[in-house]
Design a binder for this molecule. Structure first.
Ligand SMILES: *Cc1c(COP(=O)(O)O)cnc(C)c1O
Length: 248
């Protein structure tokens, strides 16, 4: 009979914890957005689902999270096959090896982790072969950590120029992974720097009528509020939503 679905759904305990964490994250995102003079809707929450089983992801989807971030192509491939839900979007946030570029082009709606011109050129060839235009972000290693991938700030402009010239890639902004610190305030300068770099890229390599490069993907579980205050348009949140990950 029509209307019976108005009955509230009973959530098992595990889902209740997820729902509570989701509420907390959304409240903190909204509050930080407000402090930066923006609406909560101006900040996209990418639910980082690496190591999270497909069934937990489905529960997150039912709570309204429709964009998932994965850092391994193979793991994403399995979960994409397992979860075909309307409106679902997948973003690659981890380092991509060129030999997986074709697979990535077929699987992801956006690749946030373009960390070299060589990778971009490989993605360009694969996207052309697939007859699609792939949205990308350029990953910047702002703090110059040896353990992290990403373009160095001093090679960013040249890379941005080269990548903007590739017809099957659509650069939409910059991404960074901040250093692990005890206090999120310590990484505020990293986020500020990414925003400044975005301004320089926009001035040197303008895209479209308004200069483009709109997206700043920065901020994770421990530092997303600070990142939003510094202008993040995308935050990538794993543990604050799904709980602690198993040790690798
Ligand atoms: C794992 C991961 C995240 C999410 O980290 P949390 O601390 O769990 O929020 C965000 N970005 C990248 C690139 C990651 O690998």
């Amino acid at each position: 009979m029509a209307g019976t679905d108005a009955e509230p759904r009973q959530l098992p305990g595990n889902d209740e914890a997820l729902a509570r964490r989701a509420r907390e994250v959304r409240q903190r995102v909204a509050a930080a957005a407000e402090r930066s003079g923006r609406a909560a809707a101006a900040v996209l929450i990418v639910a980082v689902s690496k190591t999270v089983p497909a069934e937990r992801m489905r529960a997150a989807y039912e709570l309204g999270f429709t964009t998932f971030g994965e850092n391994r192509v193979q793991e994403a491939r399995e979960k994409i096959a397992a979860l075909s839900l309307p409106g679902l979007r997948w973003e690659l946030i981890g380092h991509l090896q060129t030999n997986k570029a074709a697979l990535a082009v077929g699987l992801f709606d956006r690749v946030q982790s373009v960390d070299s011109v060589r990778l971009a050129e490989t993605l360009e060839r694969r996207a052309e072969a697939a007859q699609k235009v792939l949205p990308v972000l350029l990953e910047v290693n702002v703090a110059g950590e040896a353990s992290k991938s990403g373009l160095a700030p001093d090679e960013l402009l040249a890379a941005a120029r080269a990548i903007a010239a590739l017809p099957h890639l659509r650069p939409e902004g910059l991404m960074t992974v901040a250093p692990l610190v005890g206090d999120a305030e310590e990484v505020r300068p990293v986020f500020r720097r990414l925003r400044e770099l975005r301004g320089r890229v926009r001035a040197a390599v303008p895209l479209g009528d308004d200069g483009g490069w709109h997206e700043l993907s920065m901020g994770m579980t421990d530092d997303y509020a600070v990142a939003i205050e510094e202008g993040a348009t995308i935050v990538r949140i794993g543990r604050a939503l799904f709980g602690t990950r198993p040790a690798p």
